[in-house]
Design a protein around this ligand. Structure first.
Ligand code: HGY
Ligand code: MN
Ligand code: MN
Ligand code: MN
Length: 414
């Protein structure tokens, strides 16, 4: 796309105002957000986004996972739509931009097209995927995983949160159970704009990440069974210590990740002790291991080694050990044609840019299974995310949305 469209830009001020408006919904305790999926604040954020989409003249569809699809018609009713999506749900101590930037930048593209009187051949659909974070209901990217046919709908409905509430019941409770079959929609292309959530773009002083790949992931849920006993009167040699087994497995995961360098990560973010009493040795310890790398063979090798060594550690302590994979996707290669459109848009617009592999998972990873897909990234301050102090600049937000605008218009055929 060259010539008269080169000077097209989104309205960065309006985008920033919308981000700050959405940030008021489900506020955190330290300046970020706690708008977890299928909570009342998620419903409030969905209702606000719906009102904005309707004000922009879009038609809203909702599927049986609650994913929201807001459509701006194209000139060719037979042309498959170009989707622009991300997620409005946040971590419990999330930032104001993770996911939200992509959804509201999609809306800003529509608002700018309305202002500029632009029509495209292909319709454009702005998408809010349900439960991208996987914080309340594992796994992450749940709705896009069902959409891609990788996760059965019933499995998703049965997922429980730490209070034992099911995804299906909560979706009904907030009134966002839609009627569209999940995955029935066909995409001409899918774009996702997201903060990097890592330190590279800022360190390299680049405004745009041209995302070529996304690393693959395993989430392994480990259940260790010890024996509840008094922490004071039980001699050390008589303990069946699930807590000690957990500590040794955690250390082992760190070792496996370090042995797998360069380009691998591994760690634990969630852990539950039962009965979780100060003077009772835990009868049960449940925790979630998160391992990732762009290399598929390495990813599966790390998983195999962790499962084997965890079994050995538990056995040596007489502790029961069960490991269940609760989240997975293979490393993703994004569509080269769309990646090139992002890169050439950044060049045309004069934004500094570099190729990058996404460290975090995104709905684009599942969209890439069913359509040509790619991502645009902007830096974030100190590479910090999944933290209420997550921060970006309005300039960074705008630059990425401009690039997204151009790549989407080229694909939707202005
Ligand atoms: O886990 C992830 O990478 C994403 O933030 N859900
Ligand atoms: Mn995200
Ligand atoms: Mn996230
Ligand atoms: Mn076309």
């Amino acid at each position: 796309m060259t010539g008269p469209t080169d000077n097209l830009r989104i309205n960065g001020e309006r985008l920033w105002d919308s981000l700050m408006e959405m940030a008021k919904v489900g506020p955190g305790i330290a300046g970020g957000n706690n708008r977890q999926t299928l909570t009342d604040s998620d419903r409030e954020g969905r209702d606000l986004f719906k009102s904005w989409c309707e004000a922009a003249g879009m038609m809203l569809g909702v599927d049986k996972m609650g994913t929201m699809f807001a459509t701006r018609p194209g000139t060719d009713p037979d042309a498959l739509p170009v989707y622009v999506g991300s997620h409005l749900d946040t971590q419990p101590t999330g930032g104001k931009y993770d996911g939200v930037l992509g959804v509201l930048s999609g809306l800003e593209i529509i608002r700018s097209m309305n202002d500029l009187g632009i029509r495209t051949k292909h319709p454009i659909v702005v998408t809010n995927w349900t439960n991208e974070e996987g914080a309340r209901f594992a796994p992450a990217m749940l709705a896009s995983g069902v959409f891609a046919g990788a996760i059965p709908l019933e499995y998703a409905y049965d997922r429980k949160d730490p209070d034992g509430k099911s995804f299906g019941d909560e979706l009904k409770r907030i009134g966002w159970l839609g009627d569209e079959e999940v995955g029935a929609r066909k995409m001409h292309a899918y774009f996702e704009y997201h903060i990097e959530q890592g330190p590279i773009l800022e360190a390299e002083a680049k405004q745009i990440g041209v995302v070529t790949h996304c690393q693959g992931l395993w989430w392994l849920e480990v259940t260790l069974t010890g024996r509840e006993a008094h922490t004071g009167s039980t001699p050390m040699n008589l303990r069946v210590n699930a807590g000690l087994a957990m500590a040794r497995i955690l250390e082992m995961v760190q070792t496996v990740a370090m042995d797998s360098q360069p380009g691998a990560v591994g760690g634990v973010g969630q852990m539950f002790f039962t009965p979780n009493s100060r003077n009772v040795l835990p009868g049960k310890v449940v925790f979630s291991i998160d391992i990732r790398t762009p290399d598929l063979a390495k990813l599966n090798g790390m998983r195999a080694r962790i499962e084997a060594e965890a079994a050995e550690i538990a056995e040596a302590l007489g502790v029961g050990c069960a490991i269940e994979p609760v989240g997975h996707f293979d490393p993703v290669t994004f569509d080269p044609t769309l990646v090139e459109r992002v890169r050439s848009a950044a060049e045309r617009l004069g934004y500094s840019h570099m190729n990058i592999i996404s460290g975090a998972g995104h709905d684009a990873c599942w969209a890439a299974k069913v359509a040509p897909a790619t991502m645009v990234m902007c830096p974030c301050v100190g590479g910090l995310s999944h933290n209420e102090a997550e921060e970006i600049s309005p300039e960074w937000a705008t630059a990425g949305a401009d690039v997204l605008f151009h790549a989407v218009l080229e694909t939707a055929e202005i």
